[in-house]
Design a protein. Structure first.
Length: 170
């Protein structure tokens, strides 16, 4: 008489059913974890780009701007020498860096940072009129978390995180 040491078909089906139930319970949490991670990375990338803009202006002694691509920071940005402080890269102005789009992230700037941020060789952020520029960016993902990047009147940049932000669409 043959006695097998393997699993029967019924045992295998029960094991697959238990595995399917466990995965269906874990999948939403895993998706939320991925969204949180995307938000952290996007916040870090924009924060680093703003710091790079300021540091480049100070180190090179030239006015440098970072501008949103297509008027939307989530579509990416460019960093360039901006001698006329208009936030638009002219053909004669040197392109220093570009950044691709931020997938599944919404970036909501304040009114003064909507198109670009400009830094002087002294490290100060200024507006087109020459007035100081202070502002913020709110980054939102499909989660209950949000991040905020704040530029103070001296041009320094800091990050803040919160459970939720009233500017984020829900």
């Amino acid at each position: 008489m043959f006695k097998g040491n393997g699993f029967s078909l019924i045992e295998l089906l029960v094991a697959l059913a238990v595995l399917a139930i466990a995965l269906s319970l874990a999948a939403p949490g895993f998706g939320r974890l991925l969204d949180e991670h995307r938000l952290q990375i996007a916040t870090q990338e924009l924060h680093v780009a703003l710091n790079q803009t300021r540091a480049t202006a100070v180190l090179t002694g030239q006015p440098i701007s970072i501008a949103a691509l297509d008027g939307d920071w989530a579509h990416g940005w460019i960093l360039f020498v901006d001698s006329n402080n208009n936030g638009i890269r002219e053909p004669t102005e040197q392109l220093l860096a570009t950044h691709a789009a931020l997938p599944n992230i919404t970036v909501i700037p304040d009114s003064t940072s909507r198109r670009y941020v400009h830094y002087t060789p002294g490290g100060y952020s200024i507006q087109l009129s020459g007035a100081f520029h202070s502002g913020h960016f709110v980054l939102c993902a499909n989660t209950q978390s949000a991040s905020r990047i704040v530029i103070n009147r001296a041009g320094r940049i800091r990050r803040e995180s919160s459970e939720t932000d009233p500017l984020c669409p829900r």
